[in-house]
Design a protein around this ligand. Structure first.
Ligand code: SOE
Length: 386
């Protein structure tokens, strides 16, 4: 449990944070650690103690740029530090299990980027460690940040209130195009041993978790296919084989009867970060596109046809989720705000002892779906129970 420390603003104790990894996720998590206590009434003031990275000079530069007090090249040292209470894991998936389990066993809270792990086996070990740690008041969360998009929290609220009636269709796509150029160089995200899978685990994981979160239903079976369009790419040592999927397309059954269609790709030329979700129910429909993340489209099937149709809700009112902490109506939020929201909820959970989601168990549930899609794809899209 985090011992009370002198706070730098006198009002609340500090929580020492160490972050491992300083690429895109490290940068956006750093923005969240810097801003969370200035916009949300959280029980701790985060102290950005140390940033971990593999290369000493690059880690030192990143620490300076992102606002960390120090840097280190040994994550094991961070896990043992007495002035660190929480480990934030922003590394490729092949190190999530080792770092998270060591941190939890050292009594540190853990925030781990998605997907939770590269395999179900690793995720199961992480869940076991998280459950043991939870009994000692040590908390953990997996960073499916799209659960903290105000429009998707509003969507979940409308589903939970029954405004869509019985859900029939879930249509989820995550469309990017950063690999559409066959000459784009090799990256860790294209190596199975580092990333676990390609578009499926990287961005497919997001729409699997978001669909389960908004609908409140879990995926119980899938039938899917994957494809790798560009099978080798330039690397420092010459052409290197791509060992993961470039896209994944699958159908799904949900636990309360809805049927789903999912697509995750890095080749949707012209689509930059189009994470989209549409739900059709017996009484209404919802549609969301992250590229217009402050808007939710709602069709109220109970509205007379004369004035019916999808209407655009601009999700920036003070009583919309999280918005009270930010700007006046119409002054929209961005991608980085969702990370501040998730860290605010994690700090609140640590301070109040309330359960926080998505838990590592939620991350394991996603891992099971990912594995089922890969197994289905390997067996001629044969239907696989999750
Ligand atoms: C992939 O390019 C990626 O960075 C994902 O890894 C993130 O989780 C997503 O939020 C944005 O796209």
């Amino acid at each position: 449990m985090t011992e009370q420390k002198s706070s730098n603003d006198g009002r609340r104790p500090e929580l020492g944070v160490a972050m491992v990894g300083h690429a895109f996720m490290g940068a956006v998590h750093s923005q969240a650690w810097r801003s969370v206590a200035r916009f949300f009434d959280v029980p701790y003031t985060p102290r950005m103690v140390v940033l971990g990275g593999r290369d000493a000079e690059r880690a030192a530069r990143a620490a300076e740029r992102m606002g960390w007090e120090a840097s280190s090249t040994d994550w094991r040292e961070l896990v043992e530090r007495k002035d660190v209470d929480l480990i934030d894991i922003c590394t490729p998936g092949d190190s999530h299990a080792e770092i998270a389990i060591a941190a939890l066993e050292a009594g540190k809270h853990v925030l781990c980027e998605k997907p939770l792990a590269n395999t179900v086996e690793e995720a199961e070990r992480m869940v076991a460690a998280a459950e043991r740690a939870r009994e000692r008041g040590v908390y953990s969360m997996v960073a499916f940040n799209y659960r903290r998009v105000p429009a998707l929290v509003l969507a979940k609220r409308l589903v939970d209130e029954g405004r869509l009636g019985e859900l029939r269709h879930v249509r989820a796509t995550y469309l990017q195009d950063w690999l559409a150029d066959a000459e784009a160089p090799m990256t860790w995200r294209l190596r199975k041993e580092q990333a676990g899978s390609g578009a499926l685990g990287d961005i497919g994981a997001h729409i699997i978790d978001a669909a389960q979160f908004v609908t409140g239903q879990t995926i119980t079976g899938v039938s899917g296919l994957t494809e790798t369009f560009v099978r080798q790419r330039p690397s420092d040592d010459g052409p290197e084989a791509v060992t993961v999927d470039d896209c994944a397309v699958f159908m799904a059954r949900f636990s309360a009867g809805a049927v789903g269609s999912f697509e995750a790709t890095r080749y949707a030329l012209g689509r930059k970060n189009a994470m989209r979700l549409e739900l059709n129910g017996s009484k209404g429909s919802l549609a969301f596109d992250f590229e217009s993340m402050n808007e939710l489209w709602f069709h109220d099937g109970e509205e007379p046809a004369e004035t019916g149709g999808f209407r655009r809700i601009v999700v920036t009112e003070p009583d919309h989720p999280y918005l009270e902490a930010w700007w006046p109506p119409g002054h929209v939020l961005g991608y980085e705000h969702t990370f501040t929201h998730e860290i605010a909820d994690l700090l609140t959970a640590i301070g109040t002892g309330k359960r926080v989601e998505p838990s590592f168990a939620d991350g394991l549930r996603v891992q099971h779906v990912l594995e089922a899609v890969e197994q289905s794809a390997k067996n001629g899209s044969m239907y696989r129970q999750v």
